[in-house]
Design a protein around this ligand. Structure first.
Ligand code: KIV
Length: 263
């Protein structure tokens, strides 16, 4: 994975090679992930896992741009995706102003917004104005307060049909890929088969063209709540806690810095 991942490459991967996506919010972790993943998502999940808030809704354009600029400094190979904050794309004009700002102030390669049919006009308008858009359907975290919580979507035929229609509407509007969150495997499979653009799942089974995880979940740094779909590839939180205890106890005892670490 040496060359910069392009949109063209991502679209060619559908059905041939799985797309790997992970979130990152800073330059340090981006430099660790770059080249091993196809896409780095600067997700509004940073409002929870970075800023400690209880949902994603209060993150601002300024904050997202700040984090995306940091990510872009080290994303030499991976494609960078900017997550449009809640309330920044409620109409076409506002969406274009904000998305244009993303392209002007950062090197992000595309923007992501939550919604299906109801956002199709906005997606079309952005696309016509040279902004690449990823849709996000199924469970939409920005709807958490409106819906009174997070819940799996597409549980019955009517909901399943609506999610498929969302995907088709987004594709027609010009979306270049779709994130599907929190749906049963049959829904993910039907959506993936219904569109020609790649689908990337989170809690949406293996039946998608790719997968995304929030980095702090994937590496065991955020254990307050662990949804069923999260696989922990590292017990990062435990390792850091052990390391900080070692450091603190060596400083307290005077064993650090020893001669080895002294000029
Ligand atoms: O903000 C985020 O990290 C996301 C993922 C859950 C897809 O949107």
């Amino acid at each position: 994975m040496n060359k910069k991942v392009t949109l063209k490459r991502l679209q060619k991967m559908k059905g041939k090679e799985k797309i790997v996506m992970i979130t990152a919010y800073d330059a340090l972790f981006t430099s660790l992930f770059d080249g091993s993943v196809d896409i780095i998502l600067v997700g509004d999940s940073l409002n929870m896992s970075f800023a400690g808030k209880e949902d994603t809704l209060s993150v601002t354009m300024e904050q997202m741009i700040y984090h995306t600029q940091a990510v872009c400094t080290k994303a030499e190979h991976s494609f960078v995706l900017f997550d449009m904050p809640f309330g920044t794309y409620t109409n076409k004009k506002m969406a274009l102003e904000n998305a244009t700002r993303v392209y002007q102030d950062t090197k992000a390669n595309a923007v992501k917004l939550e919604g299906g049919k109801e956002k199709a006009k906005i997606v079309k308008y952005l696309t016509k104005n040279a902004i690449s858009v990823f849709g996000h359907i199924g469970l939409k975290p920005q709807s958490v307060r409106a819906e009174g919580g997070y819940s799996i979507k597409g549980r019955d035929e009517k909901e399943k049909r609506a999610i498929i229609e969302d995907a088709i509407a987004l594709e027609k509007a010009g979306a270049v890929a779709i994130i599907i969150e929190g749906v049963k495997p049959d829904v993910a499979k039907a959506v993936t088969q219904s569109v020609k653009i790649p689908t990337i799942g989170i809690g949406a089974s293996v039946d998608c063209d790719g997968q995304v995880l929030v980095w702090s979940d994937a590496f065991g740094f955020f254990d307050e709540f662990m949804p069923k779909f999260v696989k922990s590839y590292l017990n990062g939180g435990e390792q850091i806690k052990d390391a900080i205890k070692d450091y603190a106890s060596e400083v307290k005892s005077g064993s650090f810095p020893s001669e080895e670490y002294t000029y």
